[in-house]
Design a protein around this ligand. Structure first.
Ligand code: NDP
Length: 241
């Protein structure tokens, strides 16, 4: 059997990134796992994996991790630009440092992830970029102002990248989940926002498991290179908002 290509995941230490790293690993892919909590990555003990402490805001470190993994396993065939934070809060009262952090991670971090692999994919005329947006990249929600801005950015850039990269046979998939059970709410500091979010979530019976998102990404990736799922939007069935 031919060896499966290397895939790279940012934010692989928990939630959707972790589930996706596990799903691709179980499918036989070598995986480059990146996050700041290296202990969490190493504790997963995935076969044929490389764990690197990478803050996606640091373009050089991210690119170096990719080059190192490629030297061992061959080119990255799928980059999941997943790392993100949700500092949700009342925009009129929120510390702009929270805006800066979300923009640096959810916007610049995504572009740094794209940059690390895009030219190689263009040269090889194959590859898949999976861009983590959100249902909050399609519509706005209370207390999500800058978070929505970062995810609308991912949608916009992905549309343009998809158009540009189509001539190189490189696929761009946008992933837009609704409420998924992860650690994402740990990043919400505003107690009122957090209480409202949790009440809405409880009212619909909770979120769904990250493994469902991971399975969809793997299914979309496994289609032939000439077939592209442009966007995956997955929510709990009862999430009508
Ligand atoms: P988690 O908090 O469980 O995971 C976030 C991941 O991002 C962690 O692995 C974290 O690792 C990593 N991360 C955060 N900041 C950085 C950074 N500066 N550098 C490198 N890695 C970083 O939440 P989710 O799995 O839910 O979040 C993953 C993505 O999914 C995010 O982009 C989020 O916006 C998006 N999303 C989540 C939804 C949900 O309901 N859960 C819905 C829609 C979208 P570490 O801290 O170790 O660096």
């Amino acid at each position: 059997m031919t060896a499966k290509p290397l895939v790279a995941v940012t934010g692989a230490s928990s939630g959707i990134g972790e589930a996706t790293a596990r799903a691709f690993s179980a499918a036989g892919h070598p995986v480059l796992m990146m996050a700041r909590r290296i202990d969490r990555l190493e504790a997963m003990r995935l076969p044929s994996s490389i764990s690197r402490q990478v803050d996606v805001r640091d373009r050089a470190t991210l690119a170096a991790a990719v080059r190192e993994a490629e030297a061992r396993f061959g080119p990255v065939d799928m980059m999941f630009a997943n790392a993100g934070v949700a500092r949700l809060g009342d925009i009129g009262k929120q510390d702009p440092a929270d805006w800066d952090e979300m923009i640096a991670i959810n916007v610049n971090g995504v572009m740094n992830s794209v940059h690390a692999v895009m030219s190689g994919m263009m040269a090889r005329r194959r590859g898949t970029l999976v861009m983590m947006s959100s249902i909050a990249g399609r519509k706005v929600y209370p207390d999500h102002t800058v978070y929505c801005g970062t995810k609308f950015f991912v949608h916009g850039v992905s549309e343009s990248l998809r158009e540009y990269l189509s001539a190189y046979d490189v696929r761009v998939i946008v992933i837009s989940p609704g409420i998924i059970e992860t650690e994402v709410l740990d990043g919400v500091k505003d107690p009122v926002t957090l209480a409202n979010y949790k009440a809405n979530k409880a009212a619909i019976g909770g979120g769904i498991g990250a493994e469902h998102v991971a399975d969809l990404i793997l299914d979309a990736y496994n289609l032939p290179q000439k077939a592209l799922v442009q966007e995956i939007c997955i929510t709990p069935t009862r999430q009508k908002f």
